[in-house]
Design a protein around this ligand. Structure first.
Ligand code: SF4
Length: 212
């Protein structure tokens, strides 16, 4: 099965997606910390519980990362009712699993809500659009909300036909990577923080990788 995190990794870097699929990635990021804080608080637990939860669920849990994320976290002011928390949508036919932070009910409509960290000036990041598109494909939703936990912004994504097509294309590319195609190395700012940088420099490209 392909996970939503594989699709969003591909957006960051196709090679990163390769390494995460084939080698796994246990690093504890601020995003992972924020997710645990959000899920705990939306269920009425406090920060202390969120830390215990994060420590229990993440092998590489790090207090410094958790504290840094907790200092920046803004509690959401969302005028919608919680329907469900921390669920996984599944598309058997496409082999896709989509983890959703929350399903909320806004104006009588059930909408998936995803968390992210800082928002762009306008709209949402491409990786957040992909989350909305994947939820629409796996759960048949026509909208999604993105909660930017470092600023408190809530932004809506309307899922269009073209977004769904983008997600399908992305699934096809990730399926090729799953079968063993190693994408071409593309240097970016992310390489400075990438936990696979040494391995990435060692692995050479294949001819097929140029088509990913
Ligand atoms: S080092 Fe750079 S190119 Fe290689 S996987 Fe990481 S982000 Fe991608």
């Amino acid at each position: 099965m392909i996970k939503l995190s594989h699709l969003t990794s591909y957006i960051t870097c196709p090679r990163l997606c390769y390494f995460r699929i084939h080698d796994g990635d246990e690093s504890f990021t601020e995003f992972a910390a924020i997710r645990e804080i959000y899920l705990s608080m939306r269920q009425g637990f406090d920060l202390d519980w969120a830390r215990k939860r994060a420590r229990a669920l993440h092998k590489a849990f790090d207090d410094i990362v958790f504290d840094s994320a907790a200092r920046k976290f803004v509690y959401p002011q969302i005028d919608c009712k919680t329907v469900d928390i921390d669920i996984v949508l599944k598309s058997e036919s496409l082999g896709l699993l989509v983890s959703v932070e929350e399903i909320v009910e806004c104006n009588g409509e059930a909408v998936p809500l995803f968390i992210s960290l800082n928002p762009p000036e306008k709209g949402v990041w491409m990786r957040d659009m992909i989350k909305a598109g994947a939820a629409s494909i796996a759960g048949n939703y026509s909208n999604a909300l993105i909660y930017y936990a470092y600023t408190g912004d809530v932004r809506r994504v309307e899922v269009t036909f073209s977004l769904r097509r983008k997600v399908i294309k992305l699934i096809e590319r990730v399926k090729l990577i799953q079968r063993g195609f190693l994408p071409e190395r593309r240097e970016s700012r992310y390489c400075d923080y990438c936990s696979f940088s040494e391995e990435c420099e060692r692995k050479s490209e294949t001819f097929a990788s140029k088509f990913l």
